[in-house]
Design a protein around this ligand. Structure first.
Ligand SMILES: Cc1ncc(COP(=O)(O)O)c(C=O)c1O
Length: 486
């Protein structure tokens, strides 16, 4: 039947020359050439990024208006596309890889991680199941275990025990997964509407977002007051739980932060764990930024209390030389998480999963599909080694100490929170308007980029040191800018 179709008539023609066959415009050889040029482009970009205005200076709508409103009818030359990148896209980039980027927290992109990202894209693996690429799953499990070793994390997170780790896209996803696992642990005991989640008033907004996505109402989320160092007050947490229980509600989830976004304050995880134990609440620790510091043994205070946490997250995509996205998420007991997230349709069944011998990371995250993120982390860890990683964070902490001292000595500036790692929070003593003026003058000038926060109802400036290419001379430069504006 098939042969007769191939041989004869219109159908035969269809089979031999399918009209749907498509000749891609970029051959393998052209890809090779363009790919080499792209690596050159990125390396050149990293060399010149220091000379570009850190905060993009375009107005809203400028980038879109500079590009055609409609897609091209025919394919275009690669050289034309790259020329447009330089002309229209680069001006609309805020340069997170600039050594003068001190805003938010850093988003590290280093050469080995970018090569890992490229290889992951080239392999095009979708690692939802062990069977869909065993190396994707097994390298990821190994990297999660390696990171326990590198950061001195508790053994309860090792894959060989009841817990384990997975690479999430973000700390926000980690928080959501933790909330869902915590809810699962209460299943059959409490009604969903009775549950209450707690974090400090300085917890990252992803906590509230995760609670909302999980279906909690605002009335089921508590912001616990903090002390003068902006760390959660465990006595206030305990009292809030007692109050909730007396009104028929059930504490089920607490998020403690190791290194808050505003000031890298550290919630007292051990004391919070006592409260969680008393009221049988899940303890999730968010170390999104600060967690990476634990690669240097002298900064392992960031891990305090983790041996009592049910889950923990931190982001190598912030401060460990690995480009976005790459967020470590650990659980002490994987069962409630898997029970909350596993749905097994027939089309995903396979012998390895059925035998129960393998990890299927689709059950450890919100989406089904997943990228081969472990590759870039493997490249980063192997290229730098434990010593290199530790020296990387050490260098930033040293620069922060220097900047802190200079701000402290300046008559018009004051430090507003302890400098625990590489974030310095400070303000001009003139008041909020002066701080906003200074921030805007620096950012609009393009020479550096800093952001602000509110602490004790005052506008405070943040200098977050952690970009891959930041050196002491860049700290000298931003300090001079500040001093000139004081
Ligand atoms: C303490 C803290 N937690 C969570 C997040 C959110 O991180 P992600 O972008 O990975 O969701 C941040 C981001 O800066 C953060 O500082």
């Amino acid at each position: 039947m098939y042969k007769s179709l191939v041989r004869g008539g219109w159908w035969g023609w269809m089979w031999q020359s399918p009209p749907m066959s498509y000749q891609p415009p970029m051959s393998n050889d052209e890809f090779r050439r363009a790919g080499h040029e792209m690596i050159d482009w990125i390396a050149d970009y990293w060399e010149r990024v220091e000379t570009l205005p850190v905060l993009s200076q375009v107005e809203p709508g400028d980038v879109r208006a500079s590009l055609p409103a409609a897609p091209p009818q025919s394919g275009e030359a690669w050289s034309d596309i790259m020329a447009d990148v330089d002309e229209f896209i680069v001006p609309g980039i805020t340069h997170w890889q600039s050594p003068n980027f001190f805003a938010y927290f850093p988003a590290n992109a280093s050469p080995p991680s970018v090569l890992g990202e490229l290889m992951s894209a080239g392999l095009g693996v979708q690692g939802m199941l062990w069977a869909t690429s065993p190396a994707c799953t097994e390298l990821e499990t190994l990297m999660m275990d390696w990171m326990i070793d590198l950061c001195g994390l508790p053994d309860r997170f090792l894959s060989s025990g009841a817990g384990g780790g997975v690479i999430q896209d973000s700390a926000s996803s980690g928080a959501l997964v933790a909330i869902l696992a915590a809810r699962e642990r209460t299943a059959g005991q409490y009604r969903w509407e009775e549950l209450v989640a707690y974090s400090s008033e300085h917890a990252h907004s992803s906590m509230i977002k995760g609670c909302r996505i999980a279906g909690l109402m605002e009335s089921q989320i508590r912001a616990i007051p903090s002390d003068e160092t902006h760390a959660m007050d465990p006595a206030a947490l305990r009292q809030a739980m007692i109050d909730d229980i007396s009104e028929g509600r059930r504490p089920f989830f607490v998020q403690a932060t190791s290194g808050t976004t505003s000031s890298t304050a550290f919630d007292p995880v051990d004391a919070i764990a006592d409260v969680c134990k008393e009221f049988v609440a899940w303890l999730h620790v968010d170390g999104a930024f600060a967690g990476s510091a634990a690669v240097a043994p002298e900064f392992r205070f960031v891990n305090a209390g983790l041996e009592r946490a049910d889950s923990y997250t931190f982001n190598p995509h912030k401060w460990l030389l690995t480009n976005f996205d790459c967020s470590m998420f650990y659980v002490a007991d994987r069962q409630p998480m898997i029970a909350a997230l596993s749905v097994l349709p027939e089309y995903l069944r396979n012998a390895a999963s059925d035998a129960g011998d393998v990890v299927d990371y689709r059950d450890w995250q919100i989406p089904l599909g997943r990228r081969f993120r472990a590759l870039k982390l493997w490249f980063v860890i192997r290229t730098h080694g434990a010593e290199g990683l530790a020296n990387f964070v050490r260098s930033h902490v040293e620069m922060a100490k220097d900047f802190h001292a200079r701000i402290e000595a300046h008559p018009q500036f004051e430090i507003v929170a302890p400098t625990t790692l590489s974030l310095v929070t400070f303000r001009h003593t003139g008041g909020d308007a002066d701080n906003e003026r200074i921030r805007d003058a620096i950012n609009n000038g393009g020479e550096a980029y800093i952001t602000h926060t509110k602490l004790n109802d005052q506008t405070v400036l943040r200098l977050a040191i952690g970009a891959v290419r930041t050196e002491q001379r860049h700290i000298d430069g931003v300090y001079s800018l500040l001093a000139a504006l004081a």
